[in-house]
Each structure stands twice: as C-alpha cells, then as structure tokens.
Write a protein that binds this ligand. Structure first.
Ligand code: ADP
Ligand code: ASP
Ligand code: MG
Length: 406
C-alpha cells in the first residue's frame, strides 16, 4: 500500500447529526474505500452535543475546571466515532474507532485550547494495513500525563488536517452542511456566492476573521504542510471549494480585490485603564495574557492623559473571565468588558494592489450610520469592530457594496 493512497475525510456535527446521517456517512466512506483508497475518517460530535454538554456543566458552576470540561466534552466525539464504526461494520466492512490519544495525537497541557505537538501514526497505519476504515474522534488529543485535552471549538477540522499531514494523505476533505466556502455566510446572506478555489492565505484570513466553515488552525496546518483541502457538502455530490496554492489549477485570472466578507460574534472588547505610559507596560500586560494562553486580536492604544494610558483589545468571549482575573492582578489597573461588539472584515488577495479599499469599506459603513470602534488591517484583510446589533446590515451592505453577489 503506497502512502499516497491515504485520504482523510472529516464530517462535521450536522453531517453526523442523527443515525440516518451516520449511516449515509458510512456509505460514503465505504465508496471511497472501494475506489481503492485507504480511508481515515474524523468526526465531530453529533449535532449540538458539545453545546449541550457545556450547558450541563454550567448548570453546576459558571467556572468549571478546564480539565474536567475536556473530559466531559470529548465524550461527544467518542459517541459519533464509535457509532460510525458500528454502521460501517454493519454494512460488512472492517472498521475501528480510536480516541485522539489512541490515534497518537499528543498535545500540550492547555486544556480546552490545546495545540498538537506530535502525531504518532503507527497505530493508524497498522489498522489501515489490516484493511480497516479508521475512524478518529475529532477535536481531542492527549497530553503527556495521558489526560484528555481538546483543541478549541471547531477543532475537529484541525484533527483532520493534522492527520492528513502526518499520514502524507493525498488530500483532506471537509464535509459540512453548506456546499463550500462562500463570499459570505450563506446562512446570513441569500446572494452569497460559492468560491471555486482559494489560496491558503485567503482562507487563513477568512477563517481568522470569523468564517467558521473551517477552523483556523486547520488552515494553518494545511498551509504549513501543503495539505490540499476540499471543503464540500455531505448532503450532495457537488464539487466544493478547493484550498491550495496551485495556481495552475486556480482558474481565476486575477485575484479579486475582495473575495469575502466575514463577521465574528465570538469576541469581546477589553478596555484596560490606569496603565503607566512608559516602555514595558504593554509587554507586561500582553505577556500575562499570553501566559494564560489568551489570544489577543485587535489592539488600540488610546491617548494618554496625566501619564496614564488606556489600551483596548479584543479576545475570545470564552476567555473573558480569565482575562479579567489576570488583569485585575496588576496594581492600580482596571479592566472593562464590552460584550456588545462584533468584528466585520473584508478579505481579498487583490487588495494589495488596489489602493482605496479601506476608504471604500469605511464609506459603505458610514453611509448606513454604522460607527466604527476599532480598525485593524493585514495585507489582505481589513477589520472593523462595530455594535453587535448592526452586524447583519453591515455584512449585507459590504457584500453588495463590493459587488460579491451572485
Ligand atoms: P461543521 O459542523 O460541519 O464543522 P460549521 O457549523 O462549523 O460546520 O461550519 C459550517 C457553517 O459555517 C455553515 O453552516 C455557515 O453558516 C457558516 N459559514 C460562515 N461563513 C461562511 C462562509 N464564508 N462560507 C461558508 N460557510 C460559512
Ligand atoms: N464538537 C466540537 C465543537 O462543537 C468540535 C467540532 O465540532 O469541530 O466545537
Ligand atoms: Mg466546524
């Protein structure tokens, strides 16, 4: 068996949402196997299982320990992966389900947001050699203490791409509930257009700015290890969106100025007051947050008065309590949290060669009276923080304003 024969298929929560769907996934998996591939499947938890499990813990406390939360939520993927193996066996094929740890996925110690350090693929290869379809529980790994860790919400995509890279798979298919990556969330904007192909950098910016169709770290892995991604629907055979850097296969003549519009409702704005305006203060503040594994996104430093500065930045909502506790430990410093914000972004590789894109974005928002609270840019992305209540309107006007409609 040549290693090139391996493919990795990942099925998201909706795709394995009930027993009927799991049986359909079993069928699709067997079809790939019968086409001569060695098939590794990664599954998410069924439907909204993860949210439901988190809800159970929150009925007990608002601050459950992260270790126990990982123990709890990782069970969701164990249910779906064993059911899928059973469904495949029932159709007369050999299959085995593995937890993240059994599949050799070693992570660091950061519960609930662990990073993969290494994957020992021996076990998977051994099972593939036995002609078994291998099902791996997504979103989880195991740390050096053999404790279960999870990779952050949406992390099953990352499991799939990391495995594809470690197994040197031909490609990795992400099966989800929409036909591919669209110019904006197709469940929010009717006129959203499906994109045929994207470069890794475009997909990175879309994912990091809120297009939750694929987990950001999955794209980072794919770019780093050149894993070809195909994001497609589990409900039909329509070709989805390819993510790769092979420009010969990319039919677009020129990179569009703007490829997509995204929104991220999962962030909060933190404003920190009372900071001394001198070198080293920002390093100390962000160093403390980094130590707690809290990712910081947009940052703005406000004008200092009486030698005191204020810094505002955004973080993930789930890090809010930990961030507040961390900042409150700094002497004479206070933090305010604003949950009423959302980040809207436009992404496009062609933006680098077209001046005036930012001005146009701000103009479109201004015309609607939508106030911009923070701004950040990368070479191929512009993001604005606005009030949460205006998100739908902002995404729609930016999408049509940049001519992205079907
Ligand atoms: P899965 O459970 O399969 O991992 P997710 O819910 O994580 O699926 O991701 C798919 C969802 O991503 C879609 O239902 C869609 O609403 C949302 N989405 C947001 N932005 C985009 C986009 N630009 N293109 C496609 N889907 C998007
Ligand atoms: N089940 C996990 C979640 O809901 C991981 C995933 O679906 O990718 O976040
Ligand atoms: Mg997902």
């Amino acid at each position: 068996m040549g290693k090139k024969d391996i493919i990795v298929l990942k099925f998201g929560g909706t795709s394995v949402g009930d027993i009927n769907r799991i049986k359909k996934v079993a069928g699709r998996t067997i079809k790939s196997r019968n086409e001569g591939k060695s098939v590794v499947v990664v599954v998410s938890a069924m439907g909204d299982t993860t949210d439901r499990l988190i809800g159970l813990a929150e009925e007990i406390t608002k601050k459950p320990s992260r270790r126990e939360m990982d123990m709890l939520v990782s069970t969701g993927e164990q249910v779906s992966c064993s059911l899928l193996a059973i469904a495949i066996q029932e159709k007369g094929y050999e299959s085995i389900s593995l937890t993240g740890g059994q599949a050799g996925i070693l992570t660091d110690q950061f519960y609930s947001n662990a990073k993969i350090i290494n994957i020992k693929v021996d076990r998977i290869l051994k099972e593939l050699k036995r002609d078994r379809i291998v099902i791996v529980a997504g979103f989880q790994g195991s740390n050096l203490d053999s404790d279960i860790t999870t990779l952050g919400r949406g992390g099953s995509d990352t499991t799939a791409v990391a495995l594809a890279s470690a197994l040197k798979a031909e490609y990795c298919e992400i099966y989800t509930d929409v036909n591919g990556v669209y110019s904006t969330d197709p469940n929010m904007v009717d006129g959203a257009k499906k994109l045929e192909s994207l470069s890794y950098d475009e997909m990175l910016e879309l994912a990091s700015s809120g297009a939750k169709v694929i987990h950001l770290r999955a794209v980072e892995f794919a770019k780093k290890h050149n894993v070809i991604l195909h994001i497609r629907s589990s409900f039909n055979d329509i070709e989805g969106t390819w993510v790769m850097d092979d420009f010969k296969k990319d039919k677009r003549m020129e990179r569009p100025m703007v490829t997509g519009v995204t929104y991220d409702i999962g962030e909060v704005k933190v404003s920190v007051f009372g900071l001394e305006d001198k070198p080293g203060i920002a390093a100390d503040l962000f160093g403390r947050l980094a130590e707690k594994n809290i990712n910081v996104d947009l940052i703005v430093q406000n004008v200092s008065e009486k030698n005191l500065a204020a810094i505002s930045f955004t973080i993930k909502s789930e890090d809010m309590v930990l961030a507040k506790n961390t900042i409150d430990k700094i002497k004479n410093v206070s933090a305010e949290m604003d949950t009423n914000i959302v980040k809207v972004s436009i992404v496009g590789a062609g933006m680098q060669s077209h001046p005036g894109v930012a001005a146009k974005m701000f103009g479109i928002l201004a015309e609607r009276g939508i106030n911009i609270e923070m701004i950040s840019t990368s070479p191929i992305r512009i993001s604005c923080v606005i009030k949460k209540s205006r998100v739908k309107e902002a995404v729609r006007v930016l999408h049509s304003g940049f001519g992205l409609e079907k």
